[in-house]
Design a protein around this ligand. Structure first.
Ligand SMILES: Cc1ncc(COP(=O)(O)O)c(C=O)c1O
Length: 340
């Protein structure tokens, strides 16, 4: 099988404007650094012993934040880990999972490892799922909302209808929900087949710590707990997670800035004749007037600006550009204007 190819991480990272993996250009909350140093202690002695196997403090903190009992929450080594465990828990060899294409193709890689069958559904012009059946019989349906790489989120009533139509689990991958106008988290309480996944990689600026979570009914969480690695989160990640989730003021301010930057950057691109899909994430999908995404990618690469170009025929005409700081996006807009 072909493996998933993640976005390029250049070795000389500091010399690039890096807008290719939807990381956050702002640093994490200062309280995260304090918490990591406190956990480490002066001589690192805390590292001798295993971390909490259940990450209980994190479940409690996340539960309080999202309004759920901790028994509805599982912590993960990045949301990728919990996506993998959902497939391992619910889709045996030969059983089917599905997702929207284009969205996050890693679901397909994870399913292939399990020997599960994969079906994809396309999107209509008005951003709905094309041909979704009245009753979807597969074991899992993954919905990335807001959609990556395109940007729009699906409306709550539309997602609710999908929950009714799925015979198996509906997984709402809300990786980018903190940048969006809303979320579908409330559906977890109303539908026993809905799971929501979140991550601290993007809005909390902690991609390097690998922290994600899932929210679902306790029976689902118990199933996921059985199959995860028992020490899936290291000590420093656990300390960082609690501190980050508790600093909501910092999170909100960071997301507000990124949304504001996203809006003026999108307007700037449209002024240059680009098509920009209205985005709810920390990225935009933009198509140049000549519809040659590769040419623009290469022009930006030469100027040490890294963005994401997908060779998939549905996406090759454009680029996904992560939203960085104002200074980074001004430089990117100027480079795009220069490339022409
Ligand atoms: C839609 C989507 N889901 C999941 C992930 C994985 O995130 P994490 O860093 O939490 O593993 C990403 C990362 O880019 C993503 O775009």
């Amino acid at each position: 099988m072909a493996g998933y190819v993640p976005g390029y991480q250049p070795p000389d990272i500091a010399s690039w404007i890096k807008l290719n993996t939807n990381e956050n250009s702002y640093p994490p909350s200062p309280r995260v650094v304090e918490a990591i140093l406190a956990e480490l202690g002066p001589d690192g002695a805390s590292l001798r012993t295993y971390p909490s196997a259940s990450s209980q403090k994190l479940r409690e903190t996340a539960g309080e934040l999202y309004g759920f009992d901790p028994s509805w929450i599982i912590m993960a080594n990045g949301s990728d880990e919990v996506l993998n465990n959902l497939i391992r828990a619910f889709a045996a060899e030969g059983e089917e999972i599905a997702y929207v294409h284009p969205s996050y193709s890693y679901y397909a890689t994870l399913a292939e490892v399990q020997g599960a069958r994969v079906r994809t559904y396309g999107l209509t012009e008005d951003f709905r799922i094309a041909g979704f059946p009245e009753r979807y019989p597969g074991k899992l349906f993954f919905l990335t909302t807001p959609n990556a790489p395109l940007g729009p989120a699906f409306p709550l009533d539309y997602i609710e209808d999908l929950a009714r139509r799925c015979a198996g689990m509906l997984v709402l991958d809300e990786t980018y929900a903190d940048f969006a106008d809303g979320s579908a988290l409330e559906l977890v309480k109303r539908y026993d087949n809905v799971v929501v996944t979140r991550t601290l990689s993007k809005s909390y600026s902690l991609a390097g710590m690998r922290l994600g979570l899932a929210i679902a009914r306790p029976e689902v969480i118990a199933a996921l707990d059985k199959i995860r690695d028992h020490y899936n989160l290291d000590r420093l990640a656990q300390a960082a997670c609690v501190a980050a989730l508790k600093d909501q003021e910092y999170l909100q301010e960071c997301c507000r800035r990124i949304r504001a930057t996203r809006e003026w950057f999108s307007t700037g691109l449209r002024t240059l004749g680009y098509e920009v899909i209205p985005s709810q994430g920390n990225y935009v999908f933009a198509t140049p007037p000549d519809r040659n995404g590769k040419r623009l990618y290469e022009g930006l690469f030469e100027r040490k600006i890294l963005v994401r170009h997908f060779s998939d025929p549905l996406l090759a005409h454009g680029l996904r550009i992560s939203i960085g700081t104002d200074a980074e996006m001004k430089a990117t807009l100027a480079a795009i204007e220069e490339i022409g």
